[in-house]
Ligand binder design. Structure first.
Ligand code: PLP
Length: 317
């Protein structure tokens, strides 16, 4: 198994920069997780760094995961498996097979992509796992989106980076916003905050797909799983803010307001954002602040990546 030097040690903190544009009567900052230096960046790289250590420990032969044609997670995992010299097997729903940049990269990294109806994903995964095992191969399975305790761990560490920045720069962030999908990123940030004993920072997950009830429950379950016995002691309901007010009808859906925001941020800050996650969440953050009449606060937005999806947007423009 080949090493990935970047993942062998703790990664450097990603930069936090002050934004210069006018997004409302607050001070806006952005943490650039899109600049994580592996596979075009993004939050799936933080998660992958944790899986990497575990795969090595378990001495696996095959890395298996699940995701759609647009999945940033599948691209990063296929990239990681290629860099480790391991076989990668991806189960993907057959419903939408449009070739996006992420889809193309997964193939270029040499992953085997197996499609099946979305309703048959669970059984397909089990069947494949069993087939590899019967063949004497050790399979390492990663849940879709890198969901689970190891993924959560990646964002506990990101929260620690934010705390370090606050201490070094004598600033407190009143709010942290980010795009929330499977909820692992949010779970990690909330756990990081609870473990640090930081009182007031509000962490707001802008749902890009799920409706509130399910989305919130999944984040809460992830927090409980990560904190274990400390959950009852540390967690209060108000620690979890998950809004579905900006999901615009679901995964991948957006409107002109989102594209206008993306263009404004690109022009003003020189920072690319995609329509599925980051641009949509940034737009949602601006609406949230306006609707709640929040002023004069320090706001941190986490840019969670999706750079290849930005290129899809650019191509379509
Ligand atoms: C996966 C993803 C998210 C959502 O992260 P979760 O941990 O699944 O909530 C946000 N932004 C980008 C760019 C992503 O790829």
């Amino acid at each position: 198994m080949k090493q990935i030097v970047l993942f062998e040690k703790e990664m450097d903190s990603t930069p936090i920069e002050a934004l210069s544009g006018n997004y409302g009567p607050n001070r806006y900052f952005m943490k650039r997780d899109d600049m994580l230096p592996f596979s075009f960046g993004g939050n799936k790289v933080r998660k992958a760094a944790e899986f990497y250590k575990d795969i090595k420990k378990q001495d696996a032969d095959v890395v298996m995961t699940y995701g759609s044609n647009s999945s940033n997670h599948c691209r990063v995992i296929a990239n990681m498996a290629a860099a480790m010299g391991l076989f990668c097997h991806i189960i993907s729903p057959e419903e939408n097979r449009e070739i996006l940049f992420n889809t193309g990269m997964v193939e270029q990294f040499g992953a085997r992509v197996e499609t099946c109806p979305v309703t048959e994903v669970a059984e397909t995964i089990e069947r494949r796992k069993a087939a590899y095992q019967a063949d004497g191969k050790k399979v390492y399975f990663i849940a879709g989106g890198g969901h689970g305790n190891l993924g959560t761990e990646g964002y506990v560490k990101a929260y620690q980076e934010i705390s370090d920045y606050e201490r070094e720069n004598q600033i407190r962030f009143d709010y942290i916003f980010h795009a929330s999908g499977t909820g692992t990123t949010q779970a990690g940030l909330v756990c990081g905050r609870l473990l640090a004993g930081d009182g007031d920072t509000k962490i707001v997950g802008i749902s890009i797909a799920r409706e509130k009830e399910r989305g919130r429950q999944v984040v809460k379950d992830s927090i409980a799983e990560y904190l274990g016995g400390d959950f009852e002691k540390l967690y209060r309901e108000e620690d979890l803010i998950f809004t579905d007010a900006y999901r615009l009808g679901g995964y991948g859906r957006f409107h002109d307001g989102v594209t206008e925001t993306i263009k404004a941020v690109m022009h003003r800050e020189g920072i690319p954002m995609d329509t599925t996650y980051v641009g949509k969440a940034f737009w949602g953050m601006c609406r949230y602040m306006e609707e709640q009449n929040i002023t004069d606060k320090n706001i941190l937005f986490i840019h969670t990546g999706g750079t290849p999806l930005f290129f899809d947007f650019l191509k379509a423009e």
